[in-house]
Every structure is written in C-alpha cells, then in structure tokens.
Write a protein that binds this ligand. Structure first.
Ligand SMILES: Cc1cc2nc3c(=O)[nH]c(=O)nc-3n(C[C@H](O)[C@H](O)[C@H](O)COP(=O)(O)OP(=O)(O)OC[C@H]3O[C@@H](n4cnc5c(N)ncnc54)[C@H](O)[C@@H]3O)c2cc1C
Length: 375
C-alpha cells in the first residue's frame, strides 16, 4: 500500500488549502514545497487580496464564492485567527465598461446585495475619488480582503496538526501516473501515492511538461503609498475598490495599520516572464503606471511610494482557472486558479481538489475550468 493517499506539490494558496482539507478529512496527505512556506517568489504574497461576491469576470463564479465565504469563516473559527476583513467594495468605471457591466450582471443574476451610485453620489459617499461624469460606482457590502501570508501559514499549521507531512526546500521533478496511483519524483527519491495534486502556480509546466494548457507567467507590481491627507481614507469612508479608467484597471485597500495605502494595476504590463529568471525589481516606470490613475482619480493618495514588490500571475488565454484531472493520468490533478483573481477561492478550491483526488469527481460546477477547452 502506498505511504500516502495524496501528495500535494506546491504549497502556495491552493496547495495549502488542499492539504488542509485532505488532512481534515482524515486522508494520509503530504505536501512538498520547493521554497519556504509563505515565500515571496510565486503568486501568494503581499499582505492582502480582495474578496467579493458580484463577480465581473463571470456570473458562474458566484456559487463558488458563496461557498468560499462559508469556508473562510470555518477557517477563522478552526484557527481562532482573523483572516477576512469585510469593508465593502466599490467597483467604479464607465457605465458601459467591463467592470461595471460585469459586476451588475453577476449581482442581478444572483440577487446579490448591491447599490448603484452615479458619479456625484459615488464621490459624496467616497470622497477619496475624483471621477469624470458618466462613471458609476457599484457598492457591494460583502466585499473586503483576506490576509495572504497569514492564511497560508495558518492552513499549513492546521494541516500538520491534523497529521499532514510537510517538506520544504525540495523541488518535485515530475509527477506521473504509476499503475493505479502516481509516482512523485523529488530530489533523489520517488514517492508513491494514490493521487497527486499539482498546485505549482507558474511552475506547473516544469513538473507536467505535457500540460496542454497555454499558460504563461506575467510580472505584476504592488505598491504602498503614503497618503497626502489620510482623512478620506479612514476605514469608515474608504472600502476596498476596483477602478476601471483610461489608465487601465487599478485596485486598492483601506489604510493599513501603518498608515499606508496599497494600490496596484491589474495586468500591470501583461509582460510574460519566466518564473526562475531573476525578476526585475519595481522601477520608476512601474510606479508611473500605478501613479497615473492615482493622480487623476485618487489625488489625496498621491504621496510618496514607500514600498513596491513584484508578484506573478499565471495567465490562461481566457482568464479562467484550470482545475482538472489529466486526461492521460487521471490520478494526477492540476490546478492553476490564478489569472490574477484566484486567492479568494482557495478554501473552496481546497475542497474541490480534495474531492477530485479522493473521489475522482466533485459536486461543484467546475466545467469552465476544464483542460479540454484548450483543445
Ligand atoms: C499582485 C497580485 C494581486 C492579486 N490580487 C488578487 C486579489 O485581489 N484577489 C484574489 O482573489 N486573487 C488575487 N491574486 C491572485 C492570487 O494571488 C493567485 O490566484 C494565487 O495566489 C495563486 O496561488 P497558487 O497556489 O496557484 O500559486 P503560488 O502561490 O505561486 O503557489 C505555487 C507554489 O508551488 C511551488 N512550487 C513550484 N514548483 C515546485 C516544485 N517543482 N516542487 C515543489 N513546489 C513547487 C512554488 O514555490 C509555490 O509556493 C493576485 C495575484 C497577484 C500576483
């Protein structure tokens, strides 16, 4: 009998959630991470990630989001740590833009609580913003943010407490179907298990070279600013926001305890990079791409940039996730829930990945995430 039921390869957001769920269900689970827990070389670092219900990317994500909110609450209860902050979210942009139309479509289809504010009402309610006529703000009370590194550390600690084995500093070389199970080759050893989950983010292809999905990594930049005037950014006046404007799509978070504002541009330059190559540090040009929207639309945030970090998106061509069993190796499950919007789903994806690895199927609708769509 193999030593493990399931081996999880890569312990970022998705791998740590899957490992916790497997061990919580009583399976013999092992997790292998090439770097350290909650490191800053992949996609899961930078303090905060947005969570929201009315999903402009596609209304079909909403049932998964409802479940992920429930599971975040369960994680908080089980760990006795606060991982989620509900601040509300305002999504602002031209009335006919992708952000506003998409958020409204999802909110209306799923009957989600939301308010539609015209330019004037939006600026009165959220005085941080300076908006041109014709912009609309959609406010959702359920929006907020989740803690990134703290979540991963918490999930790994809870998985270990439930019996999972965690190995760090070891890179898996390959994962292959082996008889009725799988073989995971790492360093000089081979591990056999009933199933494997590959949650290796931007490195998925290194482990699964035959993966049919045309994924690519992009270099992203997050920055922290000192506001010129903190008044409009107090927690009661400034929620999480996403802003679509002539400068692209930017997003940001309420004032941190240190008095800083984290603001970034979604799909910063859409610049393809190789995850193992030395990453170019944030530059003045990167800062300018973020600052352009701040200067025009959030002028009181336009103070000194105090810090900036790079991070990776793993992009699919249609910006939807990959969650599937490999067609030629059904005991190998691959998950790349990124394209810049996956973190909030980590709890529900942990549940889905555990289902796929142990039952071969899940009751959640993951049709949109199938590998087959890439031909
Ligand atoms: C700047 C930025 C902002 C974002 N904002 C949001 C947001 O607001 N809301 C939201 O929901 N999502 C957001 N996202 C997306 C979200 O962070 C990602 O979807 C999520 O972090 C992806 O997690 P992952 O586990 O797939 O990848 P990763 O966290 O990168 O994990 C992959 C892991 O696999 C490990 N690994 C790789 N190769 C091997 C190997 N050979 N052997 C062993 N281990 C290996 C890596 O070291 C890594 O730890 C954002 C992402 C970025 C970069």
């Amino acid at each position: 009998m193999p030593l493990f039921d399931v081996v999880v390869v890569g312990l970022g957001a998705m791998g740590s959630a899957a490992l916790y769920e497997l061990s919580r269900r009583g399976f013999r689970a092992a997790g292998i991470e090439r770097f350290s827990i909650a490191h800053d070389r992949g996609s899961s670092h930078g303090e905060t990630r947005i969570i929201r219900l009315g999903y402009f990317e596609h209304p079909s994500y909403v049932p998964l989001l409802r479940r992920t909110y429930e599971l975040w609450r369960e994680f908080e209860a089980a760990s006795e740590r606060r991982l989620v902050r509900i601040t509300g979210i305002v999504e602002i942009g031209p009335a006919d833009g992708a952000l506003v139309t998409g958020t409204l479509a999802a909110s209306r289809m799923h009957d989600l609580p939301h308010e539609v504010l015209d330019t004037h009402d939006c600026m009165r309610r959220f005085p941080a913003f300076d908006l041109p006529p014709g912009y609309v703000g959609v406010f959702q009370p359920d929006g907020g943010y989740v803690a990134v590194e703290q979540t991963i550390e918490t999930l790994i600690a809870m998985a270990q407490a439930a019996g999972a084995e965690v190995t760090t500093g070891v890179a898996v070389r390959s994962v292959t179907q082996h008889g009725q199970g799988v073989r995971v080759s790492a360093g000089s050893i081979d591990i056999e298990a009933r199933a494997a989950i590959v949650t290796a983010g931007a490195w998925a292809r290194d482990i699964l070279p035959d993966l049919s999905a045309p994924i690519r990594a992009t270099r992203e930049v997050m920055a922290w600013f000192s506001p010129l005037d903190p008044t409009p950014f107090s927690r009661d006046r400034y929620p999480v926001f996403i802003l679509e404007s002539g400068h692209g799509m930017h997003y940001g978070f309420p004032l941190s305890r240190k008095g800083t504002l984290k603001i970034a541009k979604h799909h910063h330059r859409d610049e393809t990079v190789f995850p193992d190559e030395p990453r170019r540090p944030p530059s003045a040009n990167d800062e300018a791409l973020i600052r352009a929207a701040i200067a025009e639309h959030i002028p009181k945030a336009n103070g000194a940039m105090l810090a900036a970090k790079t991070c990776l998106y793993t992009m699919t061509p249609d910006h939807h996730f990959i969650v599937d069993r490999l067609p030629d190796a059904p005991n190998v499950i691959v998950a790349s829930p990124c394209s810049g919007h996956g973190f909030k789903f980590a709890p529900v994806l942990g549940e889905i990945l555990a289902d796929l690895a142990t039952d071969g199927a899940t009751a959640h609708d993951i049709g949109r995430f199938r590998l087959g769509r890439f031909g």
